[in-house]
Design a protein around this ligand. Structure first.
Ligand SMILES: C[S@@+](CC[C@H](N)C(=O)[O-])C[C@H]1O[C@@H](n2cnc3c(N)ncnc32)[C@H](O)[C@@H]1O
Length: 184
């Protein structure tokens, strides 16, 4: 775990805009993100896994490795993820390209992406890609550190989404809240 932290800090210093967090998610936040997932969820896709904190929680919830696919832009994180999670597919491409390599019918998309620090058009391309592969009624799960949901109302309206807020996870640096978005 301490090597995870060292890698995270190194990549943060090299590419602060893309990594965009002070530290990897805590195990408490990771568990909240994976809540409700399990062996019956079907295929799960994760955006922006970094060192794999959420990945570990998704697998611990009972999602089989062969049912999980990751999208990560940073090549050092990609190498680390391959080593840490054998059997999990790791795509070294942006989350906005998920629809090009994943067939529709996915049971959940779990995202650790810094959505709110992205330009609106990038954010919409990413969330749009998620809902193109998600099965009807399946959630797009995203945490944020700020006081508001991680998608502005105009984006939600444009994409036809509703949101459910989870509890605040205080044991995280900084504290965060998990949101689940659904197609209306
Ligand atoms: C805030 S870190 C979260 C890491 C991890 N999920 C966690 O919770 O500890 C954001 C991660 O998203 C990745 N990332 C940023 N933009 C991306 C994109 N468009 N597609 C895929 N990954 C991206 C970064 O390289 C970084 O690993």
């Amino acid at each position: 775990m301490s090597s995870d932290l060292a890698l995270f800090r190194r990549r943060l210093l090299q590419n602060p805009k893309q990594v965009s967090a002070l530290a990897p998610s805590s195990r408490f936040l990771a568990r909240a993100m994976a809540e409700g997932l399990g062996p019956k969820t079907g295929r799960v896709v994760e955006f922006g896994p970094g060192t794999g904190r959420l990945t570990r929680a998704i697998l611990a919830a009972g999602v089989p490795a062969r049912m999980l696919e990751l999208f990560e832009l940073d090549s050092d994180f990609v190498r680390h993820l391959h080593q840490q999670f054998p059997g999990v597919a790791v795509h070294h491409i942006g989350a906005d390209h998920a629809g090009e390599v994943v067939a529709p019918g996915v049971g959940a998309v779990v995202s650790g992406l810094p959505l709110l620090s992205m330009p609106a058009e990038v954010r919409e391309a990413i969330v749009g890609a998620a809902f193109r592969i998600l099965a009807p009624g399946a959630p797009y799960i995203q945490f944020t550190y700020g006081p508001k949901p991680p998608l502005p109302p105009e984006t939600m309206e444009k994409l036809g989404l509703r949101v459910e807020a989870g509890p605040k996870i205080w044991l995280n640096l900084p504290p965060a809240r998990v949101y689940r978005f659904y197609r209306i």
